[in-house]
Write a protein that binds this ligand. Structure first.
Ligand SMILES: NC(=O)c1ccc[n+]([C@@H]2O[C@H](COP(=O)([O-])OP(=O)(O)OC[C@H]3O[C@@H](n4cnc5c(N)ncnc54)[C@H](O)[C@@H]3O)[C@@H](O)[C@H]2O)c1
Length: 341
């Protein structure tokens, strides 16, 4: 049996990764370590095989708890745990430094102490900053780290500590950097679930600025497959950019959602732009395609339809969130109530 330690496994991508690994391997035992912040949700793990999955509630900044929770003979740490929302990092960056930087460093130290074979850091294309609007420029693994938001800065800092652990102590490390993910169980503060849940309730859809910011969308299961391949086939010390060559303007995404749901475009409400809003992200994924034999399996059309279907079939999941802490966040951030028509 392989033993792996997954942090942040109750969040959107971490829980998808756990389901994928349990479905696609038969010899992997998973410890899922998650602090259950506002973004962590045990409902995301309903139905997973409990014989091969153990949940531990804990903070990656708590060194003793981390050391006690990493199993002996651990094959890998997959670090998904993070504060992950750019808007929240603009309001206050403290928790981002704490979890994303200090927490990663604590995990790296623990990995050495427990002789963990490989450390996989789940990073983001946002560490590379913003690209011009012309479609000729792409992020590659050689692009400089030029983060613009406090969130991206904390993820870039974490990458530097991962590099330092490898260069200084010889820890085996892999970094993955993916574009924007979409799929089921994503917290509704993020673009796609925000727009889907508001549209389902005939509420205004708040779109930043002119709506023409471009993101490179990847279906969450394709991202998770890329992470697993990078662990199994990747070379220590390498970074792997994961992108589906699926650049879309935010406004195109929002209009597609309204069209699929049969709702009018008049629900779109342009709001004041996000501070320092990166204009365009786009990934050249040649390296993962060639070296890891990775390519996305799910097209944008299929993935978006499946995502919307999931939100329509899981109204209770969304309602639990919309009735919790999210209510206050939404009012403070958008100046309107969740549920306002
Ligand atoms: N969402 C995206 O589009 C995207 C794209 C590329 C990379 N990433 C990266 O993937 C990872 C997962 O993103 P996500 O969208 O699933 O985030 P998420 O916010 O849905 O989940 C984060 C999880 O981490 C847990 N967590 C937060 N702080 C913790 C702490 N101190 N100790 C232990 N657990 C803690 C939360 O409880 C939650 O379950 C992040 O590292 C993020 O930077 C995300």
């Amino acid at each position: 049996m392989k033993q792996i330690f997954v942090t942040g496994g109750a969040g959107f991508i971490g829980s998808a990764f756990i389901r994928l690994v349990l479905d696609e391997t038969s010899d992997t035992q998973i410890i899922n370590y998650d602090a259950l912040t506002y973004a962590g949700n045990l409902e995301n793990l309903e139905g997973v095989d409990s014989k091969r999955h153990t949940f531990i509630k804990g903070d990656i900044c708590d060194k003793d708890s981390v050391l006690n929770s990493i199993p002996d003979n651990c094959d890998a740490i997959f670090n998904f745990a993070a504060e992950s929302h750019v808007d929240r990092s603009i309001e206050s960056a403290n928790e981002f430094v704490n979890t994303n930087v200090l927490g990663t460093q604590i995990l790296l130290d623990a990995a050495r102490e427990k002789n963990v074979r490989r450390f996989v850091q789940i990073s983001t294309d946002e560490v590379m900053g913003s690209l011009p609007e012309s479609d000729e420029a792409f992020f590659t693994e050689d692009s400089p780290l030029e983060p613009n938001s406090p969130y991206a800065a904390s993820k870039a800092a974490a990458e530097h500590f991962v590099r330092a652990a490898r260069e200084t102590f010889g820890l085996e490390t892999i970094i993955t950097r993916c574009g924007n993910n979409y799929g089921s169980r994503q917290f509704p503060e993020k673009l796609i679930p925000l727009m889907v849940s508001n549209a389902m309730n005939d509420e205004p859809l708040p779109v930043y600025g002119d709506g023409k910011n471009v993101r490179d969308w990847v279906y969450v299961d394709d991202h998770c497959r890329g992470i697993w391949l990078s662990f199994e086939k990747g070379k220590s010390g390498e970074a792997y950019n994961i992108g589906a060559r699926n650049e879309l303007q935010n406004i195109e995404v929002v209009k597609s959602i309204l069209d699929i749901l049969g709702k009018p475009h008049s629900l779109i409400k342009y709001v004041k732009d996000r501070l320092g809003h990166d204009r365009r992200y786009a990934i050249d994924s040649t390296k993962v395609e060639k070296e890891l034999d990775w390519k996305p399996k799910v097209s944008w059309e299929e993935g978006l339809q499946a995502t919307i279907n999931w939100y329509q079939e899981n109204v209770d999941w969304v309602d639990h969130i919309r009735n919790g802490e999210y209510k206050e966040y939404y009012k403070k951030h958008y100046g309107m109530e969740v549920g306002a028509k």
